[in-house]
Design a protein around this ligand. Structure first.
Ligand code: NAP
Length: 327
């Protein structure tokens, strides 16, 4: 059977192409998924453009997210016709990924769609929403409560950021959304932010400890922003470190940790253990589900528009979630 896929032909910049493939060209696995929707995450943008070393072999299909129905399976837990999703686990990194009409994966990666989530809903969350779910799980486990003070969300207009604003606000946290895009202020307030600031308006100071202003944070950008926020976090507050949009390095003193009991929580969605993965997807489809999912969709595109959108994402021109319609 012939199908369409975005394929990165070899290592290097701009090596992705829309191709026709045969099923037997896909990497092996126990479950074949007829894919309906995928999405574009920051990591996908790096893989598609070749600006980050995400794919481990070539040629390969990028795409760390996919949702659709099982087409063929040798595992009775995932029979043909079952609606399923896969995020992370190596999809679009060391296994042909979700930006294709068919996707073959090991059974252990497959999550039956929880609750009444449709494949499209599942991709509105995608890795971005699942990552926010891990943040909430770890923050709550480590006693983050609204009375510790507002939660800062950096890179707030992006996929992870916009979902984080809405979901933290739904759980009763006051949210300070930090975005470099002034035009996104109204949208972020509508998602539940109490305040929207530009990065330079945060005035993070330079002393090892500054006045307490925040209960904690979900940080998508890393670098000096992460360093600065840590100086302002309240006693026993937590900062979930998610991303590196502005840089992967940061420097810090131990003062917030040893004098205020502040914690940095590492968030790694790709290799999240299976039992926690299932628990988080249940919560995303239930208690943590934002009122509307459609408000997070910036664009719905076809496979032929993915390359251009990936470039836009890396130059900070996208907002929210970009869905890829595969049929
Ligand atoms: N740890 C994990 O498991 C995990 C999972 C998913 C994503 N991530 C990471 O989390 C980050 C967000 O991912 P995403 O898919 O939500 O991407 P995204 O939609 O592109 O969002 C990133 C946001 O960061 C801000 N940003 C971009 N470039 C920046 C720069 N040079 N300096 C400061 N801010 C910048 C922008 O927000 P504003 O314009 O509003 O400021 C942008 O919308 C990425 O770094 C990604 O690699 C990590």
């Amino acid at each position: 059977m012939t199908f369409r896929a975005l394929r990165v032909l070899k290592d290097g910049v701009n090596q992705s192409q829309l191709v026709s493939m045969e099923l037997d060209q896909l990497a092996p696995g126990n479950v074949l998924i007829e894919a309906a929707w995928s999405s574009i995450n920051y990591k996908d943008a790096l893989a598609i453009t070749g600006r980050g070393k995400i794919l481990k072999t070539y040629p390969a299909n990028p795409g760390i997210d996919v949702a659709g129905v099982v087409k063929e399976s040798d595992d009775p837990r995932y029979p043909a016709g079952m609606p399923v999703l896969v995020t992370g686990c190596g999809l679009g990194e060391n296994q042909d990924g979700g930006l294709a009409q068919y996707v073959r994966v090991p059974a252990e990666w497959v999550i039956p769609l929880p609750g009444d989530l449709s494949p499209r809903d599942a991709m509105i969350f995608g890795t971005a929403g699942f990552t926010v779910g891990i943040c909430l799980h770890r923050l709550l486990l480590n006693d983050q409560t609204p009375d510790k003070g507002p939660m800062v969300v950096t890179g707030a207009s992006g996929g992870v950021g916009s979902l984080a604003v809405a979901m933290l606000s739904k759980l009763g946290f006051e949210v300070v959304a930090v975005s470099g895009k002034v035009e996104q202020k109204k949208a972020l307030l509508e998602l539940g932010a109490a305040k929207v600031l530009r990065p330079e308006e945060l005035e993070l100071g330079t002393r090892p400890l500054e006045t307490v202003r925040f209960g904690g944070a979900i940080d998508n950008v890393g670098g000096s922003m992460l360093e600065g926020i840590l100086r302002h976090v309240n006693l026993w507050g937590n900062v979930a470190s998610v991303g590196l949009a502005s840089g992967h390095e940061f420097s810090a003193t131990v003062m917030p940790f040893i004098l205020r009991g502040v914690s940095i929580l590492g968030i790694s969605s790709a290799n999240c253990p299976r039992p926690l993965r299932e628990e988080i997807w249940k919560k995303l489809s239930g208690a943590w589900r934002p009122r509307s999912l459609d408000v997070f969709v910036n664009r719905e595109i076809g496979l032929d528009e993915v390359r251009e959108t990936a470039e836009q994402m890396l130059s900070r021109q996208t907002t929210g979630r970009t869905l890829v319609r595969l049929r």
